[in-house]
Write a protein that binds this ligand. Structure first.
Ligand code: HEM
Length: 130
């Protein structure tokens, strides 16, 4: 699969998966929630793999300031995904942690949107190589 097609396919797959993670979390459907988290994280990982391959086709530095901004947000987002995992396991054993887990989950989702938006801006402003 070409990097462009792979990136678009997995991005389009990941978005409804993330929505299903939130829906099952809010409904307290724990079994489905955990399975969806695993599938979503794998799908997100494949999206990142294709995004990096896509980036190799462009001179990303030509996009200007958006490139370091995007790369910083992207790194923070990847590390931040540990937070809903840790607070999710905590919530599993102690239901009183649900509010914290929900807040962390929404923050990570907001970071995910910021990563996607700045990433698209970066690629659109970059000069294709060759
Ligand atoms: C990307 C990762 C995740 C996201 C976006 C997410 C999102 C959510 C959301 C929005 C809620 C509802 C919170 C509320 O009602 O205020 C929730 C609940 C919950 N999540 Fe997650 N979650 C994630 C990962 C995990 C993981 C890894 C676990 C456990 C291993 C987990 C366990 C739970 C549990 C036990 C609940 C409470 C369900 C109940 O009401 O009984 N979550 N999650």
């Amino acid at each position: 699969m070409s990097p462009t097609v792979g990136f678009l396919v997995f991005l389009i797959l990941t978005l409804p998966l993330l929505a299903a993670v939130v829906r099952t979390g809010l409904r307290g459907e724990r079994g489905a929630h955990i399975k969806l988290v695993v599938v979503t994280v794998i799908s997100l990982g494949i999206t990142i793999y294709y995004a990096e391959r896509l980036g190799e086709l462009y001179d990303l530095e030509s996009a200007g300031r958006i490139t370091p901004i995007h790369l910083m947000i992207a790194k923070i987002t990847v590390v931040a995904y540990l937070l809903p995992v840790v607070t999710g396991v905590w919530t599993w054993y102690d239901g009183k942690r649900k509010k914290l887990h929900g807040a962390v989950a929404w923050a990570v989702l907001a970071l995910t949107v910021a990563t996607a938006v700045t990433g698209v801006m970066m690629v659109l402003r970059s000069t294709p190589l060759e």
